[in-house]
Ligand binder design. Structure first.
Ligand code: PRP
Ligand code: GLN
Ligand code: MG
Length: 482
């Protein structure tokens, strides 16, 4: 089901635009890896809260013996000590999911585990294929039976099919990659190998880490820090790395390089944790830069700069540093609002935003406030917190947004609501300002985006409507209906 349909009209939606997170590890000393994967997923939880899972393989045991466990919810809701202890294996892969293709159900949770000619295959995918429907139809007309409705199974199936013809699983992954269009950062586990692959545009992040005699693949470097691993390097766009008992290998002839890349700019603006580095760029530093640029392009006289927790905070600090206006904390966030958060009914006097955030009256009363958030999507958050600041006694509320207006759908892994639901769609900045009830409103200039990533090539399709590849004509977000 499209998520838009399950959001109550007019109510704030909890976590609108997440990603998926992937984590894989091979312990060459033969130790069990499930608990490390669990902590890796815990560090990547911000990327997806719908479901999660772990699959491990014992490289010393019978070939293809994979144990796995997955379920709906957060990592600490799905796993406990008993389940983790039951997962024996020195090689493994984990996933936290926010669905972009296929419903949010247990069957669609990842990693996917498939039995095929060479044993068992585990797969974790972050991203969205734009030609999954075509590929799937092609396979189904050839007799294939699918167990899930996600694009990721199409990838797994292609790898399995290619494997019949190739000498190694990495060749099969490479051949499957040639057929796939769109965004994918993948971790593939075969009984004795762990493979990391990134699409040639580099939409989604994937990095390599090392801890003693273990090699790790993870969506973000914050997960490496959490498990005590050191960062080795990022997997390059179009690259395929193979971890075996002999160590890690990246064979240039196996890669699918592209001259032009299209890294997702929203990773830097919102998705990733600020303590992560993606492709050599600090997420925190890019948010500070966004805030500084915003202060230059959209100055306003005020007494205090505040961020909207969580992801607006770093940009607010940047705005304050550039403008010289003091930085303060205006909101207290309840840290216990998780996925299981029950949204209050529209008729109730309890507001979702107030359950999550509360204003610090003693900080804001009588002040002219500049409130910074990283993005406005539907505008529900902004409208309500502008009011919250006014109710707490703010003299003026000026909203500044550290990204340009969100105007277009994303086909590469971000679940953006339909255009009509985007606050900026068909509205001028003045009209948006009026809608959210602020005294003034300013967005980051589109040309500033390139500065945020130190010149790395980016995809900014959600702001411009110009995509690095031809977007699909049909809706690719829901379940496959064949
Ligand atoms: O315009 P809206 O439709 O209200 O959506 C925009 C808000 O959603 C995101 O925050 P979110 O609450 O998802 O998470 P965060 O705590 O990580 O900032 C984003 O940072 C904005 O604050
Ligand atoms: N957000 C993601 O990366 C989702 C991966 C995959 N398309 C799924 O729906 O499960
Ligand atoms: Mg936010």
């Amino acid at each position: 089901m499209n998520k838009d349909m399950i959001h109550e009209q007019g109510e704030v939606t909890d976590k609108l635009r997440e990603e998926c997170g992937v984590f894989g590890i091979y312990d060459l000393d033969g130790q069990d890896v499930a608990s490390t994967i669990y902590y890796g997923l815990f560090a990547l939880q911000h990327r997806g809260q719908e479901s999660c899972g772990i699959a491990v393989s014992d490289t010393h045991g019978p070939k293809g013996k994979v144990s796995s466990f997955k379920g709906m919810g957060l990592a600490n809701e799905v796993f406990n000590e008993k389940t983790l202890e039951s997962l024996h294996g020195d090689i493994g892969v984990g996933h936290v999911r926010y669905s972009t293709a296929g419903a949010s159900t247990r069957e669609n949770a990842q990693p996917l585990v498939l039995n095929y000619i060479k044993g068992t295959l585990g797969l974790a995918h972050n991203g969205n294929l734009i030609n999954a429907l075509e590929l799937r139809k092609e396979l189904e007309y050839g007799g294939a039976i699918f167990q899930t409705t996600i694009d990721s199974e199409v990838i797994a199936y292609h790898i399995a099919r290619e494997r019949v013809k190739t000498k190694s699983v990495e060749e099969a992954v490479r051949n499957a990659m040639k057929k796939m269009e769109g965004a994918y950062s993948l971790i593939v586990m075969s009984p004795r190998k762990l493979i990391g692959a990134r699409d040639p545009y580099g939409f989604k992040p994937l990095c390599i880490g090392r801890r003693d005699n273990s090699y790790i693949l993870a969506s973000e470097t914050c997960a490496l820090d959490t498990v005590g691993a050191e960062f080795v390097r990022d997997v390059e766009p179009g690259e395929l790395v193979v971890i075996t008992r002999e160590g890690i290998v990246s064979d240039k002839s196996m890669c699918l390089p592209r001259k032009k890349h299209a890294r997702c700019i929203f990773e830097y603006i919102y998705f990733a944790r600020p303590d992560s580095h993606i492709d050599g760029v600090s997420v925190y530093a890019s948010r500070i830069k966004a805030g500084r640029a915003l202060a230059k392009d959209s100055p306003v006289e005020a007494d205090l700069v505040v961020g909207v927790p969580e992801s607006g905070n770093a940009a607010a600090l940047g705005y304050s540093l550039e403008s010289g206006i003091p930085y303060g904390t205006a909101f207290v966030k309840n840290s216990y609002v998780g996925r299981t958060f029950i949204r209050p009914k529209q008729s109730s006097r309890i507001s979702s935003v107030r359950v999550k955030l509360n204003a610090l009256k003693e900080v804001v009363a009588g002040k002219r406030i500049i409130m910074i958030d990283d993005s406005i999507v539907r505008g529900t958050t902004s409208g309500r917190i502008v009011k919250m600041l006014r109710d707490a006694g703010a003299a003026e509320v000026h909203m500044r947004v550290s990204s340009p207006p969100f105007l277009w759908p994303c086909y590469f892994g971000t679940d953006v609501p339909a255009r009509e639901q985007l606050l900026a769609y068909n509205r001028t900045v003045e009209e948006i300002c009026e809608k959210i009830g602020a005294d003034s409103l300013g967005y980051l200039e589109i040309d500033r985006l390139q500065e945020l990533t130190d010149g790395l090539e980016i995809c900014r399709g959600c702001f411009t409507g110009t995509y690095p590849m031809e977007p699909p004509k049909e809706d690719i977000r829901g379940d496959f209906e064949l």
